[in-house]
Design a protein around this ligand. Sequence first.
Ligand code: SF4
Length: 406
Amino acid sequence: MATLSLKRKLAILSDAAKYDASCASSGSEKRNSVGGKGIGSTEGHGICHAYAPDGRCISLLKILLTNFCVYDCAYCINRVSSNTPRARFTVQEVVDLTLGFYRRNYIEGLFLSSGIIRSADYTMEEMVRVARTLREVHDFRGYIHLKVIPEASPRLVEQAALYADRVSINIELPRDESLAALAPEKDVVGIKKAMGAVRLGVDAGREKGRKAKPPPFAPAGQSTQMIVGADGASDGAILARADSLYGAYRLRRVYYSAFSPIPDSAARLPLARPPLIREHRLYQADWLMRFYGFERTEIIGETEDLDLAIDPKLAWALRNRGDFPVDVNTAERERLLRVPGLGVKAVGRILDVRRFKRLELADVKRLTRGVEKLKPFLVCADWSPGALTDRADLRERVEPQQLELF
Ligand code: SF4
């Protein structure tokens, strides 16, 4: 096999990493400064943006160690039967790239995933060596996110968590039977076992009252990714799986990744990608469960799909009009959080401001992005929706404002 230049490897292995959404990069049009025009480029290989636990946006070098893989997951471009160009970094190359980019201030960390070469243990060992070399040899203090191969031995999973800030173990698909059909080498029991081991380690690190502080163990927690639209799973089934994973393994994030049709894909896979708005609605529903106090069952039944035209909070409010309007000057935080269009920050600001004055509609307008969507659901010092909340055509009146968002 011809020797590939480092640049070519970087091009292949950063492109192969783009399918992993658990560190999502923002889409941008292609621009560069070739020919001396302008400064900067959006075509640079492998740099993506992620959010640190404290909310900071950080740039990460996002690459695979290799896109060779001995598994044959039907939905994956890197599967053994795929015709894609292949490349493989050495451990030292990943270390050097990370340090080189870091010193030039291009990145603040590394996101490293990999196809499986030889065996799960061999591959995981190589990934751990990258992180260990960065931490122990170079005293690298930047952010490291390692993708854990669930079939690797518990000792290696533990080591990954000791060197990384965050680890992620992909659940891949929302239903066990889909995983068995589309990724026959993967095993949902093994995936959950690995997640459970990481949870135990993270919990132990956070235990209060321990005399000796244990070494950091995935201090930014663990996350997972689910592919949406590769099987026939409903949005309700996807969110039920996410809800149970959050509960059982205390995940920091579940990432929903719309299935991308791949060349030479298996006939059982869909030919088209699901609409991106579906991914977006799933994230909105996910946030309602995590930050707005909604139970999954309030948002959606297990066999149902989310309404793509309106966000799930508005859909819930339209189904539960008896709970509205909510008085912005007296309602508790939990009730304010259920008002369509009021986010966590806006509710926090409302609670602050109303200690000093009675809020009018103009005040709410200043504290939120748009007040029109709120009006049917809110009472202010100078505003009451009257019969507006119960109008038969309420959905039609608020829906155009929803569509404008996308
Ligand atoms: S194990 Fe990972 S890289 Fe390999 S085919 Fe499956 S999803 Fe792709």
